[in-house]
Design a protein around this ligand. Structure first.
Ligand code: GSH
Length: 278
């Protein structure tokens, strides 16, 4: 079939959650890439993948795993982007954004990696978790470090989000079996924990993002870190806020939106224009 707007050269692979899948994407790293694709305004279509199928789909496309489990075995993840015009396969959200910037330097909102100071640091013992975003710092070191810190702060509070992930009922058993196997147990214990523990974790997250909020407030001309100019740094934060929006109970999400005089709400609303699911 010839390439067209209905059959674009770029295919973006995201994790399928509860149907209708277009209304429920909840994974933060795919969201970072979706924001970047939409900022660039380039044609692409989404291929939805059930979690237990990610490894097979990546292997079929020829994308090596970009994460490892603690025992050293491959951990296949999404997002992934393929571009048939350049025969490219990108298997990591950061690589997708770099690729889009290289291929389409002036499209859409322009430079995804403008030079800027991203001085939010979060260090936490997340050794119990498999690292999400290990990579060489290279040319865009400021963005790499920022990605790592933002991933860490939200990952350290992921227990607020994990119980709210809603999978396709047709696949939920297979998904739970996969998680149990990873944890080395027969059956997963219930993930819910008490209201008091959740409330404590909410306070912990609110305090942990104080410096991130300062960064969001630094330029008063607009909702983004650089004011009116959106960049990949905004996609990184937006990806995690999206996950929270999709998984927290409504009253907790409202609370988050109200933190720090609504800074996070203003930021989140600013990103709405780049949130189309295509
Ligand atoms: N460094 C990778 C991390 C990707 C990643 O961890 N993706 C998660 C979703 S946010 C995933 O695919 N998880 C699948 C699983 O746990 O089976 C990236 O930035 O793309």
């Amino acid at each position: 079939m010839a390439l067209s707007n209905d059959n674009p050269a770029m295919v973006f692979y995201d994790i399928a959650f509860r149907p209708p899948v277009e209304s429920t994407p909840a994974a933060p790293n795919p969201w970072k890439a979706r924001y970047a694709l939409n900022m660039k305004g380039v044609p692409y279509k989404t291929q939805w993948v059930q979690m237990p199928d990610i490894a097979t789909v990546r292997q079929k496309v020829g994308a090596p795993a970009c994460r490892k489990f603690a025992d050293g075995t491959d951990y296949y993840t999404l997002p992934m982007l393929t571009d048939s015009t350049t025969n490219s396969i990108l298997g990591d959200s950061f690589d997708i954004a770099l690729y889009l910037q290289k291929q389409y330097p002036d499209s859409g909102t322009g430079d995804l990696f403008p030079s800027q100071t991203l001085d939010f640091k979060y260090e936490h013992d997340t050794a119990f978790l498999v690292p999400l975003s290990e990579r060489e710092e290279g040319e865009f070191g400021e963005y790499v470090r920022f990605n790592r810190s933002v991933d860490s702060v939200f990952t350290a509070h992921v227990m607020l989000m994990a119980p709210g992930m809603q999978f396709d009922p047709a696949h939920v058993e297979a998904i739970q079996a996969m998680f149990a196997k990873r944890a080395g147990v027969e059956t997963l214990p219930p993930m819910e924990f008490g209201a008091e523990d959740r409330a404590k974790l909410m306070v912990s997250l609110r305090d942990a993002v104080a410096d991130l909020v300062k960064l969001l407030n630094r330029n008063e001309t607009g909702p983004f870190i650089q004011g009116q100019q959106a960049s990949y740094a905004d996609c990184i934060v937006g990806g995690w806020l999206r996950m929270m929006k999709m998984t927290l109970p409504a009253f907790e999400w409202e609370e988050v939106m109200g933190w720090y005089d609504g800074t996070l709400e203003k930021f989140y609303q600013g990103l709405e224009q780049f949130s189309q699911v295509k």
